[in-house]
Design a protein around this ligand. Structure first.
Ligand SMILES: Cc1cc2nc3c(=O)[nH]c(=O)nc-3n(C[C@H](O)[C@H](O)[C@H](O)COP(=O)(O)OP(=O)(O)OC[C@H]3O[C@@H](n4cnc5c(N)ncnc54)[C@H](O)[C@@H]3O)c2cc1C
Length: 268
């Protein structure tokens, strides 16, 4: 069984994030990491492997499309326990929208399939932590001609059958599918593991492939900002946080002042 987990490299939310002069996200000059929501997808892929009758027959491949530094996202997935890594990196990809990103991911999955045989499961996070589109998994399924089961909070699998729980606002659906399929998982699936020291050392020896667009049969003219269907016209920095209001309790009136404040903000 082959599982491909799509892992995105995103700007670190705790770092100083910036836009480029063309309003694209600065993905090169800012520290980045594996999107936290994709750690859940890696975790679930690893759990499927561990629960398999013969875990050695399951290969988990971490796939990332992104700039040179994005290899760090693949490395983290390898440190967590993924078996192999594929990093698609090409200058022409910069500024790609969902449509181009899903094209590159789909072609990379097809390349993995051509090299290794059937890809049974393509797993994604529920959204990236930067653009938060939540649409790439559906686009990927469409491009690969595969069924999709999205926003899984619980995953069960037996043979080629998969059942997920999908929590909505008013009901939880149980959805079944037959592999091969595309699945996205939510942050409700359970804590993602931390890489162990052993895992970090082992990752150094795991196979890692770096591919350019030409390796996966994508023309540079099909991707990038110039063919994006949407464009960020302008960006404005958030105003700095204002100082909060401090309620002092010097004469015993603190509690009244506090409830008055909360009531004025309609918190109570
Ligand atoms: C209005 C708008 C304008 C934008 N303009 C720009 C721009 O000018 N320049 C720019 O660089 N970006 C831009 N973006 C962001 C860019 O479109 C997205 O980063 C990209 O298309 C993927 O979408 P997403 O991250 O929202 O994916 P989602 O659909 O939220 O991702 C879901 C899952 O798909 C997988 N996935 C998504 N992307 C990757 C990836 N690259 N590698 C591996 N797995 C992946 C992950 O598993 C992820 O959890 C823009 C976004 C918006 C909303």
């Amino acid at each position: 069984m082959n599982i491909v987990v799509c892992v995105k490299y995103v700007p670190d939310a705790t770092a100083d994030r910036r836009f480029e002069s063309d309003n694209t996200v600065d993905r090169v000059g800012v520290d980045g990491l594996l999107s936290e929501l994709d750690e859940y997808a890696v975790e679930q892929a690893l759990q499927l492997k561990e629960k398999a009758e013969d875990p050695t027959s399951v290969t988990v491949t971490a796939l990332c499309v992104g700039p040179e530094k994005a290899v760090d996202a693949v490395r983290k997935a390898l440190q967590m326990g993924a078996d192999e890594g594929v990093h698609v990196s090409d200058e022409a990809i910069a500024g790609s929208d969902y449509i181009a990103t899903s094209l590159v991911l789909a072609k990379a999955v097809e390349k993995i399939k051509a090299d290794k045989g059937q890809v049974d499961l393509v797993m994604c996070g529920m959204a990236s932590t930067d653009a938060s589109g939540s649409v790439v998994p559906a686009m990927l399924a469409e491009r690969l001609g595969l069924p999709q089961v999205t926003f899984a909070s619980v995953i069960e699998s037996q043979g080629d059958q998969v059942r997920i729980k999908r929590d909505g606002d008013t009901a939880t659906e149980v959805i079944g599918g037959t592999m091969p399929l595309v699945m996205s998982v939510t942050d409700q699936t359970g804590e993602a593991r931390y890489p162990s020291f052993k895992g970090i050392m082992a990752a150094k020896k795991k196979p890692m492939e770096t591919l350019a667009l030409s390796d996966i049969g994508v023309d540079a003219g099909e991707v990038g900002l110039s063919v994006a269907w949407s464009e960020v016209a302008d960006t404005t920095e958030r105003p700095p946080r204002t100082a909060g209001e401090i309620v002092k309790d010097e004469d015993g009136s603190g509690a009244t002042a506090l409830t008055g404040f909360l009531a004025s903000k309609k918190f109570i």
